[in-house]
Design a protein around this ligand. Structure first.
Ligand code: NAD
Length: 288
């Protein structure tokens, strides 16, 4: 029987754990943790993701500030906003909701976030921490979600061959390096990889982060493997947006030892991982 890596279940356990920890801090007299989300413009997807984060935050006792700027705003005005969040002691985490409008200088904006409040783990300081495996750096939420999922099911990555498909700065690369830091032997595959199945068939663990439905089917896997599907693609089905992963779940789950579904896998865990990053930043701040 294939083991289903249930992100919903882990998400609800993390949610409960964070709620309890935050309630204890508040009972001890500390202020609530606070996450600031900076949105520029009105992208429908971004608004949906922000609503989701607000809902999760409020449910566990985190204050979520939504700073919504028009898409005509100048980079310099966004920088002023970030500076004021950086110096505000009541704010523990800052997210710049991506993507940004084209005229905004993305790298300058991201780099302006104070590294200790950069709960998306995108500043050069946190990337350096990831590369050097420093203590206390902030790992991007999706990579943290993948590690948490494997840990939860006692899937030790140390000494294992792991294939990460996808090399983006936001997902593929941090996941690959974080797994390497945990002792895995990591191969990163991407759009330039020839004969992807040659690599996936060699792996003990496959992490797919592409955004291409059914990229991984029965020809890419063998028994005893673990498959984590990070991919998310929305496809309209009878006027309703349905979410698909990168993996042909039905075909692959008949072969491998463990698999994460989409929906219900890495997706829900990414939100709780983000709030774990917020809580860690909050704890570091109040313990100073
Ligand atoms: P991206 O578009 O930046 O990167 C996609 C990567 O896939 C690239 O590195 C590219 O080289 C690689 N790729 C493309 N076609 C390929 C192919 N045929 N074979 C092998 N590799 C190929 O996307 P991203 O931001 O890294 O996100 C990847 C996927 O993960 C998307 O579907 C995204 O929606 C999803 N995602 C999910 C979560 C979550 O919480 N589950 C969070 C973030 C992103």
């Amino acid at each position: 029987m294939v083991l289903i890596l249930d992100g919903k279940k882990i998400n609800s356990e993390i949610k409960q754990d964070l709620s309890t920890k935050i309630a204890i801090k508040i009972a001890d007299g500390y202020a609530k943790p606070c996450l600031a989300i900076v949105q520029i413009g009105n992208t429908k997807e971004s608004t949906k993701y922000i609503e989701h984060k607000k809902k999760f935050g409020h449910a566990i006792g985190v204050e979520v500030l939504h700073i919504h700027l028009p898409d005509t705003v100048k980079t310099s005005d966004v920088l002023t906003e970030i500076q004021s969040l950086n110096t505000d002691d009541a704010v523990h985490g800052i997210i710049i909701q991506l993507p940004l409008p084209k005229h905004i200088d993305r790298d300058t904006i991201i780099e302006a976030v104070a590294p200790e409040k950069d709960v998306d783990g995108l500043t050069s300081e946190n990337i350096r921490g990831l590369w050097t495996n420093d203590k206390g750096y902030i790992l991007p939420a999706t990579a943290r979600a993948v590690l948490t999922m494997l840990e939860y099911y006692n899937i030790d990555v140390s000494g294992k061959k792991v294939v990460v498909i996808g090399r983006s700065t936001l997902v593929g690369k941090p996941t690959a390096i974080a797994l390497m830091n945990k002792g895995a032997t990591v191969t990163v595959c991407h759009s330039g990889t020839k004969k992807l199945s040659d690599h996936t068939l060699e792996a003990d663990i496959i992490i797919s982060a592409v955004g291409f439905p059914r990229l991984i089917d029965e020809h890419f896997v063998r028994p005893h493997q673990v498959v984590v599907d990070v991919g998310i693609t929305f496809i309209k089905d009878e006027e309703v947006d349905k979410v698909h992963g990168d993996v042909d779940f039905k075909a692959v789950s008949e072969i491998v030892a463990a698999i994460s579904p989409v929906p219900g896998g890495v997706g829900p865990l990414t939100v709780s991982s983000l709030f774990q990053n917020v809580f860690d930043a909050y704890e570091r701040k109040i313990s100073k």
